[in-house]
Design a protein. Structure first.
Length: 112
């Protein structure tokens, strides 16, 4: 590969990594699961997650962080919800690091 093509190849690789991250959305509970969690965990949420906006992924993460202290009904409802995936940013950073590592190590010996 010529030196003039490498920046273009790197841009394409980063674009594909970003596209893949956007397509891979984090899993959120289905509507029925969300309703069950809200019904079972309302008091637990108020007690253990002050200042967290209800209904989002942050609320679910807060409940999971405090799972040991929640009521049994709330623990059961949470256990039926899908587990969280890495955030889009974490996926993008991981893929970009891997691409950069491969790019650098593939072309380290070309300077000779």
């Amino acid at each position: 590969m010529t030196w003039s093509c490498r920046p273009l190849v790197l841009k394409i690789a980063v674009f594909l990594a970003v596209l893949g991250a956007v397509v891979c959305q984090g899993q959120q509970p289905a509507k029925a699961q969300e309703a069950a969690i809200r019904a079972a965990c309302q008091e637990d949420f108020v007690a253990h997650c002050p200042g967290v906006k209800p209904g989002g992924s942050e609320a679910l993460a807060c409940l999971r962080r405090n799972a040991a202290e929640l009521t049994p009904a709330c623990q059961t409802a949470l256990s039926k919800a899908p587990t969280a995936r890495p955030s889009k940013r974490q996926i993008i950073e991981s893929r970009a690091r891997a691409l950069w590592y491969r790019y650098r190590h593939r072309h380290d010996n070309d300077d000779d």
